[in-house]
Design a protein around this ligand. Structure first.
Ligand code: GDP
Length: 465
């Protein structure tokens, strides 16, 4: 597939190796993001090689061989030299925009899921804005095609041919809905077409009709993703595998026998057992040493107890669970750096700098915000700023009694409020909030959270009149 064959005798070739592209799934709530990821993971597992579904490390690697098994003759492994695709398991644009790598978004490529019946919705548009801003290549999964009247599940004729023939199975119903999606994309400044008519996926968005539920169309989706990556991401996928690892924390979790661990994606270099690492923490960068690198065990080897196997090293891009001492203050969304050959202080300064880029402007008077990751904190703060809602205090973590006490100090009753995004509210905090008359708003959709708060403000203002 590559235009120029590498010269085997060349001495000056960089030692770069191609890494796996990182894929994110975006789209409006209930349009089928989770189902799509589950089905892809499920097919990968039935095809035998990928890790078990039950073990979570926050991402799923689907190797090229498995993609080619799923996609059948659509993907010939000889045509590709990228190792496969790495899916971030948490869908949604907040995880997309909050998970970063040094250069920008952690994901290299995205799937925008649109329910064919529901069409474009607020979060679809938000996702489009983010993809546009970050210039992330993407494909549209026109999902729930199975719900369109005339659909005949299990029909072996590829969706593409059925649509082109406009046969009984899909009639023109599905066709019409797909053209609606194509029209909406074009209204938003993207040129788009049915994926089989798209030549250049970088300038044209391919629309893939599918059913995340039945799995029909998923081979086509994987094929398009693989082709798109191979054609347009190859240059960016070149990494120095021997270099010190760089990664992003997806989630801070408790693992029996290992204490606090990090689910992470390593997107550059290599991380090894016993490596010294620097991780972004709530107050200060954490300096620690890798005790173990854990991967889900292949399905065939799982018995009951030991769900993970340890590996000595992980090369980018791959997901891993990192066990190390002192990780309690680590934050989802924070950078991870391996210290190898560099000066520790330089690496710490680097991590600090990266964290400082994620800034939240706070005022003396305003609401309190708690969020699950630094990036989501930043995203909400951006939205609140646009809405001219001041923030007094903003932090990553669950809502604790001290947050309530802090919120209660606001002068204006409408600021005696906590906006909690994707975090838990501790029982003590809830009780205290009732006593102190502090209102807690919780949601994992930013616009919904802000809308709820807006309604509350309107209610207070009406009551005051
Ligand atoms: P998310 O909020 O975008 O992650 O959406 P989910 O994956 O949770 O799906 C929302 C609902 O739509 C669930 O009830 C799914 O079973 C259903 N759903 C998802 N994909 C399909 C599909 O392809 N066909 C049908 N009929 N239902 C689907």
């Amino acid at each position: 597939m590559s235009d120029s064959q590498p010269d085997p005798d060349a001495q000056s070739q960089p030692t770069g190796q191609l890494r796996t592209p990182i894929v994110a799934v975006l789209g409006h709530v209930d349009h089928g993001k989770t189902t799509l990821l589950d089905t892809i993971r499920g097919s990968a597992v039935t095809e035998g090689e990928a890790g078990a579904i039950t073990q979570h490390i926050g991402s799923t690697a689907v190797p090229l061989s498995v993609i080619s098994d799923i996609a059948g003759k659509l993907v010939d492994p000889d045509d590709f030299d990228l190792p496969g695709l790495l899916f971030i398991d948490t869908p949604g644009h907040h995880s997309f925009s909050t998970l970063r790598s040094r250069g920008g978004a952690l994901a290299d490529i995205a799937i925008l899921v649109v329910d064919v019946n529901d069409g474009f919705q607020p979060q679809t548009l938000e996702a489009l804005d983010i993809l546009k801003r970050t210039q992330t290549p993407f494909v549209v999964a026109a999902n729930k095609a199975d719900t369109v009247p005339g659909w005949n599940p299990g029909d072996t004729e590829p969706i593409q041919q059925a649509i082109e023939r406009q046969n009984d199975r899909v009639e023109s119903d599905l066709n019409e809905k797909l053209y609606e999606i194509i029209g909406k994309l074009s209204d938003n400044g993207f040129s788009a077409d049915m994926y089989w008519r798209v030549q250049n996926f970088q300038n044209n968005i391919g629309v893939v009709p599918l059913s995340a539920m039945t799995g029909e169309g998923i081979p086509d989706l994987l094929t398009v993703l693989m082709g798109l990556s191979q054609r347009f991401l190859k240059a960016e996928m070149s990494i120095d595998v021997g270099g010190p690892g760089a990664g992003t924390v997806l989630e801070v979790t408790e693992e029996r026998g290992f204490g606090t661990t990090l689910d992470a994606i390593i997107y550059d270099g290599t991380i090894r057992e016993d490596d010294q690492i620097v991780v972004g923490g709530v107050n200060e960068p954490i300096v620690t040493e890798v005790r173990a690198l854990l991967k889900p065990k292949p399905l065939s080897e799982i018995r009951t107890e030991k769900e993970f196997e340890t590996v000595e090293e992980i090369a980018a891009a791959d997901g891993v669970k990192i066990a190390a001492p002192d990780l309690d203050d680590a934050m989802a969304g924070a950078p991870i750096r391996v210290v190898r050959d560099q000066d520790l202080d330089d690496v710490i300064a680097d991590v600090r700098k990266e964290l400082a880029e994620i800034e939240v402007q706070t005022e003396e008077e305003g609401v309190t915000v708690k969020a699950d990751t630094l990036g989501s904190l930043e995203a909400i703060s951006g939205t609140l700023e646009d809405e001219e809602i001041p923030i007094m205090h903003a932090e990553v973590g669950d809502v604790a009694p001290r947050d309530v006490r802090m919120a209660a100090t606001a002068d204006d009753p409408k600021h005696q409020a906590i906006l909690a995004f994707g975090v838990d509210i501790l029982d003590d905090a809830r009780r205290l909030a009732e006593q102190e008359d502090v209102d807690i708003f919780e949601d994992d959709v930013i616009y919904q959270l802000v809308e709820d708060y807006d309604e509350h403000v309107t209610a207070i203002e009406t009551a005051q009149q």
